[in-house]
Design a protein. Structure first.
Length: 430
């Protein structure tokens, strides 16, 4: 039973649309898709105006996952901020941490002081993180369109990489591992072997992914000519990342504004021209190959040395390492701090609790996240906490494209469009 003010009532019981009373054919329905729909990639709500099976208008409603991360950053020392930002887009934790730390380092004036080993670790982890994001996008998108095999493949590949993340940081997600000045601790002794093992095994898994979906008639029927936006439309909407590159624009922060010495690596920027859901899938598929190419170069030339800046007023934690069980700090370092002198213990305590003061100023720093340009605009008033931090998260921008892509499609296509946009609501509702 559907009731409208000052309108007739009709009872509909499973008939076809063409069999409804004529008065209903001219009316439009407003239906909710989400915020707990399995295809909305979190708690996204879409208000869909329907004319039969065709969507005539789509209005995104956000805010259901609001965490207050940006505001919380104003109440914690700079280093502790990594614990918050890593939880924004929870599929690209390392990218969140890196963008934040690049901003802090810019304010401190230590961008060029970060050791080469730390820069290489950052590149390896963020490129693996890009791969993790893409295989989850394939898997979840495939599952939402009926291919459970795609989901099984995607999660299997993800778990192999998360094993590496856990070995390095002690955590599979939300690592808070990249810190201002470097990284929290050096990598385990078998890190190079672990990475080389992944570089040997993962390409075959990714080839299986490609064989399953690329060129698959069902997959193409669901994605080709679905959610099309031209390059000009995407630029006008502020879109970056795979969505923009799928329309022929080879924009990538790693090339236009390099960071962490990535300009030293040889890699290409894959593009497509169709600007539809299928083109976005192909771009992400090709980006995985380029990420493996970058990682291989980084690990073949993996530098030795420290992983944190020399300045002891900033370097926290400075010389920590994971134990054999993957947990805890190096006993030798803790013993040195606790037993060396009262001054050392006081300094360590102050660095952990108060942190360091950052000179006054405002900066913008950005990285090429798996979803597009992830930027941070931060302001310091000279204290040990940020005055304001605002993240330019690509998922937030890309959700704004849905009202332009969805109208004219059926509800089944809405699922494919959301999957091709690949938003994560943790990055939207900061």
């Amino acid at each position: 039973m559907t009731t409208f003010a000052n309108a007739p009532e009709f009872t509909v019981s499973g008939g076809d649309w063409q069999n409804l009373p004529p008065a209903v054919e001219d009316d439009k329905m407003i239906i909710n898709m989400g915020p707990q729909h399995p295809s909305t990639h979190g708690v996204l709500r879409l208000l869909l105006e329907m004319d039969g099976e065709i969507v005539t208008k789509a209005t995104p409603v956000i805010g259901y996952l609001h965490t207050g991360i940006e505001k919380s950053l104003e109440y914690r020392p700079w280093t502790q901020g990594t614990t918050f930002v890593t939880r924004m887009d929870y599929l690209t934790s390392f990218h969140n941490e890196l963008a934040y730390c690049l901003g802090v380092e810019k304010l401190l004036g230590i961008t060029d002081d970060v050791p080469e080993r730390a820069q290489a670790i950052r590149i390896i982890l963020t490129e693996f993180n890009r791969i993790v994001n893409h295989v989850v996008a394939f898997g979840s998108g495939g599952n939402e369109m009926g291919s459970t095999t795609a989901m099984i493949y995607g999660l299997s590949q993800r778990n192999m990489i998360l094993d590496l993340f856990e070995a390095v940081s002690g955590l599979r997600m939300n690592h808070a591992f990249i810190r201002p000045g470097g990284v929290a601790n050096d990598v385990p002794h078998d890190f190079v072997d672990h990475v080389n093992k992944l570089l040997k095994e993962l390409p075959q898994w990714f080839a299986d992914n490609a064989a399953l979906l690329e060129g698959n008639p069902v997959w193409m029927d669901r994605n080709v000519n679905v959610g099309v936006l031209t390059a000009d439309e995407l630029l006008a909407l502020g879109v970056t990342g795979p969505m923009l590159r799928a329309a022929g624009i080879a924009q990538d922060v790693r090339k236009s504004n390099p960071y962490c010495n990535i300009e030293q690596y040889d890699f290409d920027i894959p593009t497509q021209v169709a600007g539809d859901a299928y083109a976005r899938f192909v771009v992400r598929l090709r980006e995985i190959d380029e990420s493996l190419r970058i990682i291989r170069q980084a690990i073949d030339n993996f530098p030795s040395g420290p992983v944190m800046v020399k300045d002891k007023k900033i370097a926290w934690p400075a010389q920590l390492a994971l134990g054999p069980d993957g947990l805890g700090n190096a006993p030798a370092y803790i013993g040195k701090i606790m037993g060396q002198s009262m001054e050392s213990l006081i300094h360590h305590f102050k660095l952990v609790t108060h942190g360091f003061d950052v000179p006054k100023g405002t900066v913008f720093a950005s990285v090429e996240s798996a979803k597009g340009e992830l930027g941070v605009h931060m302001t310091s008033n000279g204290g040990n906490k940020p005055w304001r931090v605002h993240m330019r998260d690509p998922s937030f921008t890309h959700v704004g494209t849905l009202p332009f892509m969805i109208p004219g499609h059926q509800i089944a296509d809405v699922v494919a469009i959301i999957a091709a946009v690949d938003p994560v609501m943790g990055g939207v509702d900061r």
